[in-house]
Write a protein that binds this ligand. Sequence first.
Ligand code: CUK
Ligand code: CUA
Ligand code: CA
Length: 629
Amino acid sequence: MSKESESSNNVSLENEERRKFFGKTALLGAGAVAAPMTATMFATMAKANAAEAANSATIHPGELDEYYGFWSGGHSGEVRILGIPSMRELMRIPVFNIDSATGWGLTDESKRIKGDSAHLLAGDSHHPHMSMTDGRYNGKYVFINDKANTRVARIRCDIMKTDKITTIPNCQAIHGLRVQKVPHTKYLFANAEFRIPHPNNGLNMDDVPGYYTLFNGVDAESMDVSWQIIVDGNLDNTDADYTGKYAFSTCYNSEGAIDLTGSMKAERDHLVIFNIERIEAAVKAGKFITLAGSDVPVLDGRKGSDLTRYVPVPKNPHGINTAPGGKYAVANGKLSPTVTVFQLDKFDALFEDKIKPRDTVVAEVELGLGPLHTAFDGKGNAFTTLFIDSQVCKWNVEKAIQAYNGENVDYILQKLDVHYQPGHNHTSMGETRDADGKYLVSLQKFAKDRFLQCGPLHPENDQLIDISGDEMKLIHDGPTYAEPHDCMIVHRSKVKTRKLYDREDPTFAGTIAMAKADGVNVHTDNKIIRDGNKVRVYMTSVAPAYGMNEFSVKQGDEVTVVITNLDQIEDVTHGFCMVNHGVQMEISPQQTASVTFMADKPGVQWFYCNWFCHALHMEMRGRMLVEPA
Ligand code: CUK
Ligand code: CUA
Ligand code: CA
C-alpha cells in the first residue's frame, strides 16, 4: 500500500516564525515599497520565501513522491525516473545506450529488442512523452527519440523497460518527438532534422537545393513507420492538437543552408502544419512514392501540397507547445525575443484556403532573449524559458493576445532567475488536459557555481519551481548528468507498475520459445543443451544459489547462459557475471534473461551474482570449466 505524503504539515516552528516575519515584507515587495530595501534584505527575503515553499514540498525519508518525472538522458542515451517534488532519482531505464548493471545491450533479449541497431552502442535521447487517451496520460508507454542514430523507442510503463526500438528509414537525426493526444496515441510524430540528398548515394553532395527531410508518423502499437512526409526546410520540435486532426513542427532552417550563417539569414522560418486526415486518405489512395531501401509510403508535403500549410514564424523557432485547453499553441522564437501564439481552431479554415497562414497567429509578443520552450499551468498562464536571459518568464496567454491587439495590458506576470541558461521546462501534467499548475521544472544547461566542483565537466542543474501561487518560487536545485533535454511530470495515480515479472512476459518470450524448442522448462530445469559448437546452459536461481554450480564447455564454444529467477519476493533481483568475459545482467524476480559469449579461455572460469540479494550474496557463485580445444 502506498504511503501518502503529508508534505504540508511539516513546517517547523522556526519556519512558521519566519513566515510571519517575512509575510509582511513580501506584501510590500511586489509593488510600492515603502522604504527602499537593501540587496541583502532582498536576498534574505527571497531565501525565506524559497525555504517556505521548499518546506511545503519536502518529502521526508520513507515518504513517497506525488509525481513521477520522466527525464531524457541526452547523449547518455537513457531515460531516468525522478520523484517529484523530491527530485530524487528513482531509476534509470537504458534505451539507446548499453548498461553494465542490467546488461542492456549485452543480453540476448535487449539485442532482440534493439534489432537492426543492436550493434550501435550509443544514442542521444531528447523527448520523453507518455501515450495518451483523450488528451490524458494513460500510463501505458513512454516514447523517446534518438537523435544520434535516427531511432524511436518505446518503454513499457508496467515494467519500466524498453520493449521496442525502430530505426526510421530515409532520413537522419530524429529530433522532435510527440504523441497524438486525441482520440488516443495512434501515432508518434517524429521529426527528422537534417536535410539529406535523395538518393543518398554519395553522388550528389553538391545538390543542396535538392536535399530534403521527412516528418514521420510511427504506429504507436507496432512501432512501424506508417508514413513519411517530405517537407520544405528542416524540422526541429513538434506537438499535436487536442482534436487529433493536426500535428505541427517548427523549422529553423527554411533557408536550406548547410552552414551556421546561412541558417540565420531569413527573418522568419516557419511552422509546418500536418493534416493527419488528408495524409491518411492520401496513403489509402496510393498517392505516394517509396524511397530506396524501404517500402514506407512517402508523400510530398512541400509548399503547395494540400497535406500541409506553412506559417512564417520569426526566427529560427525552437519549441512548439500546445496549451492544455487545446485552444492555442506557442512557438518559441529562439533568435527572436518573441513567442508566436496560434489559435488552433483556425487551422480548418487555413486548410480550406479561407484564410491566410498568418491569420492563424493571434499574438506575437516579446518575452525576453532566447525563448526556447513553453509550459502551461492549466489556468491560462504560460512559462517560457529564456535561454540567454537565464530566466523563466510567466505570462498570460489571453493578455498577450489583448496586448497584440493594441490594448494596454501587461501580459508578463513575472520573471524568475534560473541557474543558468534553461532549455526545456515542464509543468506537472502540463502537456495534457489534466494540467494542475503545481510544479514547474526548468532544465538548465549550465550549473556554473551551484555545486561542488567535479573537474572541468559540470553537471546540469534542474530546478524545481512552485507555481501553485501567484508567484513562482524556486525551491530546489538538482544536478543531473548529461544531458536531459526534456522531461514530463506524471501524477503517480496514472502509473501502475508490476512488482514481479509475469513468467510469460513478451520481452523474454523469444528466450522461453528457444527453451521450449530445446525441450527445457526454464522454471524447473537446470540443463545443458549442445547444438554443434553452440551450448545453451539453462539454470534457475533462488537466493542465494544458482540451480547449477558448475558446468563444462569446450574452448571455442558459443555459450548462451539462460537464467530464470524463481524468487517470488519483491526486490530480490539476482545478477549473472562471467568473470573476464565482459558479461553481466539483471534477473529480477520471475524474469528469464540470457546472454551469449565465446568460451575462448581454457580453464576454470568463475561466475557470480552481482546484484546484492541475500546475506550469502557473495557466496552465490559457480564455475564454468572450459576444456582446451
Ligand atoms: S531540444 Cu534540447 S533544449 Cu532536443 Cu527539445 Cu530544446
Ligand atoms: Cu543473487 Cu546476489
Ligand atoms: Ca533560419
